[in-house]
Design a protein around this ligand. Structure first.
Ligand code: C5J
Length: 221
């Protein structure tokens, strides 16, 4: 493996394949009508534009037998892992735990909480259920990455400025070399996506790198 043309400068892949693909919260709650995203007043169709890109990256990682991690934001049915501040926040038509058209909103195992059909994980891939925005908070992600000796993370998913950025910052603080896929992440707010891309790679890559998927895929061919 070589390097990927990225910003603010080329991203060096580890020579011994210690790189993983992280797919954040590509779940029906955020990408389909009737879910939490729409209940908060968002246009979910915006997020669907990245599905083909994430599918392509997934194919490349699978073809190279490299590890893939999927995350899902969700809570236990009794909401014991949902802090009152998160439960009460916002003025949407539905709150976490309420019954929506795809089951209870943001509750693990409910239809709306499943990963979208287009990106269904394989049995060999790891699915991290997370109660927070960041994928390291109250999960086994750090232990699972360490077990596989992973040092480099290629990060995709939704939404760019919330769960994706939080996870990338958490990973950066834990010493991972993080690359955010510019066309593999999306927000309900295009200006927030753009701002996130710029802020993570500012100051010489203070949180990490960004790159277009075509440049990433080329590096694995
Ligand atoms: C949000 C997420 N936006 N996956 N979750 O609440 O970004």
């Amino acid at each position: 493996m070589g390097s990927i043309q990225a910003q603010p400068y080329d991203y060096e892949l580890p020579s011994n394949g210690k790189v993983a693909l992280i797919i954040i919260d590509m779940q029906r709650d955020f990408l389909e009508s009737g879910g939490f995203g729409e209940a908060l007043g968002n246009d979910v169709s915006l997020l669907r534009s990245i599905i083909p890109t994430v599918q392509k990256l997934l194919e490349v990682f699978r073809a190279n037998q490299l590890p893939v991690f999927h995350t899902i934001e969700g809570h236990k049915p009794d909401l014991s892992d949902c802090p009152p501040a998160k439960l009460e926040r916002g003025k949407g038509s539905l709150k976490i735990g309420d019954m929506g058209t795809m089951g209870r909103i943001l509750i693990l195992g409910e239809m709306g909480n499943n990963i979208i059909p287009e990106l269904q994980p394989k049995d060999t891939e790891i699915v991290i259920n997370k109660p927070g925005k960041g994928a390291f908070y109250a999960t086994s992600l750090q232990e699972q990455l360490q077990e596989k000796q992973i040092t480099h993370l290629i990060i995709t998913g939704v939404t760019t400025e919330v769960c994706v950025q939080t996870t990338m910052r958490e990973a950066n603080d834990r010493g991972y070399e993080c690359l955010l896929v510019e066309d593999g992440t999306e927000s309900y707010f295009p200006q927030f996506k753009q701002a996130t891309l710029e802020m993570v790679r500012a100051q010489g890559g203070i949180v990490g790198w960004t790159a277009h998927s075509t440049d990433i895929i080329q590096a694995f061919e």
